[in-house]
Design a protein around this ligand. Structure first.
Ligand SMILES: [Zn+2]
Ligand SMILES: [Zn+2]
Length: 275
């Protein structure tokens, strides 16, 4: 794997969001594993240990996939072929060179990204050809963990805090309102519920949106019908992102899975070949 030359966030909002996410993941893990689950199943019971093992596996996948998104260089710096001014390569006035099809310049990263999808605030970098796999695995684990945790948190708060006071609803719906009330331990529980329920709905929307693009082999920027030339059937489209061993990559980001395309030269479907 090519490592990015500079992994430091280029915008303060990116730095704030990435730091917040990296801090919240272990906090939410600890809260659920050692406060919420023991409340229902007892500390160190068989069920608690089972949750602990599965939770650790998911947290490890979330953390390592996020780190891999950040470390993996998916910019034109890793191109092994010389810039080509012929046919469908575009000239980037910022990078001052010809870049391959599907590459676009990111204003924040200040470089062209191979098969650029979007700039991700959670990882403070762009999602492109080489780190798309880690991004989708991260969103997938974020969804299954947060939907599960938010349901548990809801039951826990119903038991411990109760929903019979109107202030509780205000605090869950508008977490910033916590600044106007004296903060208690219960408020921290409410904030955890807000975080997990927000993460579950946001990751669900992201997952649905990106799955559609994955099936059609489109990026976020490729909305024009001409872009359908990259759609080579579902299995090939899946391999273009997850690699030849696409069925194993969900276990760990460290599992090798060679991508069939290099992010520079693209195999087109019959639609593209006719053109
Ligand atoms: Zn550029
Ligand atoms: Zn970017």
């Amino acid at each position: 794997m090519h490592i990015r030359r500079s992994i430091m966030p280029k915008a303060w909002t990116d730095a704030a969001i990435t730091s917040f996410l990296m801090c919240m993941m272990p906090i939410i893990f600890y809260f659920n594993m050692f406060v919420v689950y023991p409340h229902f199943h007892g500390l160190w019971s068989c069920l608690h240990i089972l949750y602990l093992i599965s939770g650790t596996f998911i947290l490890w996948n979330l953390g390592t996939n996020l780190i891999m998104i950040i470390l993996c260089d998916t910019s034109i710096e890793r191109m092994l072929v010389p810039p080509n001014s012929s046919t469908n390569w575009n000239f980037c006035s910022k990078c001052k060179m010809y870049v391959p099809p599907r590459s676009w310049h990111c204003k924040i990263c200040n470089i062209c990204i191979l098969k650029r999808d979007h700039h991700c605030k959670f990882s403070s970098c762009c999602i492109g050809h080489y780190n798309h796999r880690y991004f989708l695995a991260f969103v997938f684990y974020m969804f299954i963990s947060s939907i599960y945790l938010s349901l548990y948190d809801l039951c826990f708060i119903y038991d411990v805090v109760g929903f019979d006071v109107w202030i509780t609803f205000v605090k869950v719906a508008f977490p910033l309102s916590l600044f106007f009330f004296p903060v208690t331990l219960n408020d921290l529980y409410l904030f955890a519920l807000f975080f997990t329920s927000y993460a579950s709905s946001f990751s669900f929307a992201l997952l649905c949106f990106h799955m559609k693009n994955l099936i059609e082999n489109r990026t976020l920027l490729e909305k024009h019908p001409e872009c359908l030339v990259y759609d080579r059937g579902r299995l090939n489209n899946v391999k273009d992102i997850f690699g030849e061993r696409w069925y194993f990559v969900w276990i760990s980001p460290f599992i090798e899975s060679k991508l069939p395309q290099d992010g520079v030269h693209w195999i087109l479907n019959n639609l593209g070949k006719i053109e």
